[in-house]
Design a protein around this ligand. Sequence first.
Ligand SMILES: [Zn+2]
Length: 315
Amino acid sequence: MELYKNAFQIQSEFGGRNLFQYLLAGERPVLLDSGIATTPETTILPFMDRLGFDPARLSMLITTHPDMDHQGGNDAMRRAAPDALLACGEADRGWVSDPRQLYAERYNYLRADHGLGFEDQPPSDAGSYCRVDIGFQSGERIVLDDGWELEVLHVPGHSNGHLAIYDRAHKSAFVSDAVHGHGCPKVDGSIAIPVTYYQVDLYLSTLSQLEKLRIESLYTGHWPNMHGDEIGDFLADSRNTVDRLDRCLLRALAGASHGLTLKQLIGEASGEFPDWPAETLELAMFSVTGHLERSRARGIIDFIQQGESSRWKLA
Ligand SMILES: [Zn+2]
């Protein structure tokens, strides 16, 4: 779908959710995200073909953040666009280039202490190793064409190097998974997975940054396209979710003198957010841990490390 002149949204479905990539096709075209390993072959390249766009023209592939559904297709896109440079946030470079490192350090880092995580070896959907050529920090400008440039924003929280792309001329922001509302929706609008930010204070700083920016259209990795007031509502819902989750966890810990395990605390969160589905509830481990770590840094709670039954407890 063409969002505005030469800006295209490429849509497919993964795990019941929409999965979006974006083609910004100026004289030096850029592709934002590459989906899972098969998305280039099944979706992106056929889309470009219908457009009459030669993928070899791509000058840059940008991976907004390290997740298999955003970087898995990098290797396949590189083969289709051998001259394109692959870029991501500098802080995310290791995870974006290597799915094994992504699994070990981002998806399975809670397994030893909490018995929560994913398979050891990345599934084929996660793609294979792909060298990252450029690490963006923030504030870089990418000139697509005379009169059309993109600004690179650093929007951490969901990952430390998460990037957004701001097109000031069109007041459009492409933020991928930087903002979560109260969860990530399925195509039918019901919640597919809980919020999955990792670093609460960085996430709040990202919400502030986006609140201050003039954005008339917001395009994401999985959420519906938003315009005008819908954007402020989404940011407010996201901020409110942070407050509700924080209060709910501290309330639960206040009522448990021996402390609670991460699994028990995720259960408490599901009471506060009943639309988070049971089958994906464990994914709240990342945001719940983010809140607990923040409270620990403030001296409010302690962590008692005891193998898989490690617990959190009011200090
Ligand atoms: Zn995603």
